[in-house]
Design a binder for this molecule. Sequence first.
Ligand SMILES: C[S@@+](CC[C@H](N)C(=O)[O-])C[C@H]1O[C@@H](n2cnc3c(N)ncnc32)[C@H](O)[C@@H]1O
Length: 261
Amino acid sequence: MINKNLVRDHFNHGALYYDRYAKIQKKMAERLSALTKPEENLSLNEKNILDIGCGTGFMLLDLIKNYPASSITAVDLAPKMLEVCRNKFKLDNLQLVCGDIEEIPLKKKYGLIVSNAAFQWLNNLSQTLTKLYSALSTGGVLAFSVFGRQTFPELRFSYKKAADRLGLKKPLLAIESFPLQEDFKSLFPESRIRVEESIETEYYGSALDFLRAIKKIGAGNNVASQNILLLKEAMKIYDQEFKEEGKIKASYHCVYVVLKT
Ligand SMILES: C[S@@+](CC[C@H](N)C(=O)[O-])C[C@H]1O[C@@H](n2cnc3c(N)ncnc32)[C@H](O)[C@@H]1O
């Protein structure tokens, strides 16, 4: 089970650093925006738009530009993330709501529901997707990106090797319960769902720099083990095994889903 209080606290701390460090999430937002542009012929009734886990507003930037006549609601669990949005966007047609999307009732119908890089923090993805799908108006679209199960293979390899060396049990990292395509594909008819995926690579000075960058944006509890000895050994192995031209690499599995009613 995901501890939502911890997620909220971490993202509250990450809010100030997020725009500087969240490079992959920015790239994902660009791709998701392209998939939900009016020119994509989604035949949307885009009067009401919902952005879930809006963070500092990577998606909002494009939604505001692409849908100037729509009323946009942005939800996030972390109040500090919403504070950043409040300072960035001063618009009458934008409503910021603090809450957990798994808990809050959706009273309106939406022509477009988007979420970038947030659904890996949900306890019950299928239940939430079903709830969101039923909040779509006729012709509506639900489009989201999420980190997939093949995220950070280098880190998982390093932990496994470190655990073997130290005679410990390999820790179960949160990345190992990131969604599989089956988690959402089976819920909807094949003709209504479009899925694409990519592997994005980011480079860091060292494994520790990588971990620090993840922690800075509030996503640290996905990657760190509580056992310091194991963590140190895994970082050593990561640096040895995955260095390319003086930098270590980290691979992100990015999954994009567009669902039509
Ligand atoms: C990795 S950030 C992505 C932020 C933003 N969508 C972007 O494009 O950069 C994940 C965001 O989802 C929010 N979040 C996590 N779980 C949530 C939940 N259950 N309900 C609403 N927001 C949530 C976090 O507070 C955080 O701001």
